[in-house]
Design a protein around this ligand. Structure first.
Ligand code: GDP
Ligand code: MN
Length: 349
């Protein structure tokens, strides 16, 4: 990190509303958004919703990361909307490029083939940089060094409900390391060898398996195959130490050396989810059933009337994806023996 200063631009917010109730920020936590300059307009609604429904009471920081410099408009407009400090970082080149051990011809052919097969983002190299970066590098950016937890936010998402408690404090107080809203099945074509590679890694490093891990969420046959269930990582509230730790560091390096981020199209969602399911105990993972959320094309809208009323949710439970067939959240509740919300069956088709 010799030249880490090159990757930072920080704005300290000195205009915190003096009428706000005094607050005590106990948790070192931040929002984090990977974005292009052209994502600015797609970020305005999500930022405004987060501020209005949550952050106006807490003033958590917000870190923006980009593979090129953010422009002045991006910094000026986002910092004017956010009530905490805002920080803008450039991603080091080696975290956003094809590593030396990748056979470029093989990677190019793989992209061509996936494009022809109609796999979503199958032909895209930038998308692969994005997935690799979100899998193994965002938490190593120097701007994140001072934080313990993060909340990932993407452009064009929606937050349907108020969040009237300090969600980071909740994570800390309840020893939660990974929180999600939507879970879903991955497209098999993008991760053909991810599970076998994971099994090889576990075979060599069995000590990293948590005692009460959640293998039963990601495999229906006791680990022989992956059922493609994963947490949708466009929303994540998680502990940075989960990724900084030895288990995940070694796991990511193992995957990265195998080249599946380029020869296939391994996503950060299945990579993070498999790691969380194997390296954490099941009670360290949390479903935020009370956070109304939308990332195209799926909504999470609490089906429990009381939760919607108490939190001023602006969504219809008829749109809720949580209990539907392509979601994995019913399985999540079943394997963990959690009580499903009142009336969930009505929305399970
Ligand atoms: P999807 O949700 O899988 O359809 O992928 P998105 O297009 O939403 O990308 C995921 C996240 O990465 C979003 O926060 C994007 O703004 C960001 N992103 C995607 N591609 C790039 C890129 O080439 N450069 C930068 N800086 N950010 C990117
Ligand atoms: Mn997205």
């Amino acid at each position: 990190n010799d030249n880490s200063e090159n990757y930072k631009f920080v704005r300290i917010n000195e205009n915190l509303n003096p009428n706000n109730k005094p607050y005590e920020k106990k948790v070192k936590a931040t929002f984090v958004t990977l974005a292009r300059n052209s994502d600015l307009h797609g970020l305005l609604e999500p930022i405004k919703a987060i501020e209005d429904r949550f952050n106006k009471n807490f003033h958590y920081d917000w870190v923006f990361l980009n593979d090129v410099e953010f422009d002045e408009d991006f910094k000026r407009i986002t910092s004017s909307l956010i009530s905490g400090n805002t920080k803008y970082g450039v991603i080091p080149k080696e975290h956003w490029s094809v590593p030396s051990w990748i056979d470029e011809e093989k990677a190019t052919n793989a992209r061509k083939k996936m494009e022809e097969d109609g796999v979503i983002y199958g032909g895209s190299l930038p998308y692969r940089h994005m997935c690799r970066f979100e899998s193994g590098f965002f938490y190593r950016h120097p701007l994140l060094d001072e934080y313990e937890y993060y909340w990932r936010i993407e452009p064009d998402v929606k937050f349907h409900c108020d969040i009237n408690y300090d969600i980071f404090q909740f994570m800390k107080d309840n020893n939660k390391k990974y929180g999600f809203t939507i879970s879903i099945h991955e497209y098999e074509a993008t991760i053909k060898t991810l599970w076998n590679t994971t099994l090889e890694f576990i075979d060599k490093n069995p000590e990293f398996l948590a005692k009460d891990n959640m293998l039963d969420f990601i495999s229906d046959d006791d680990g022989t195959s992956y059922n493609n269930c994963h947490f949708w990582s466009n929303f994540e509230i998680a502990s940075l130490d989960l990724w900084r730790g030895e288990a995940y560091s070694k796991y990511f390096d193992y995957l990265d050396k195998k080249g599946g981020f380029f020869y296939e199209r391994w996503g950060d969602a299945p990579v993070h989810s498999i790691a969380a399911a194997l390296f954490l105990n099941r009670d360290e993972i949390h479903h935020f059933y009370d956070v109304g959320y939308y990332h195209g094309p799926f909504h999470a809208c609490p089906v429990d009337d009381q939760i919607r009323f108490e939190n001023r949710c602006a969504c219809s439970p008829n749109q809720d994806f949580t209990w539907q067939g392509f979601s994995c959240t019913t399985k999540y509740y079943n394997v963990n023996r959690l009580q499903k919300p009142h009336g969930w069956q009505k929305y399970a088709n």
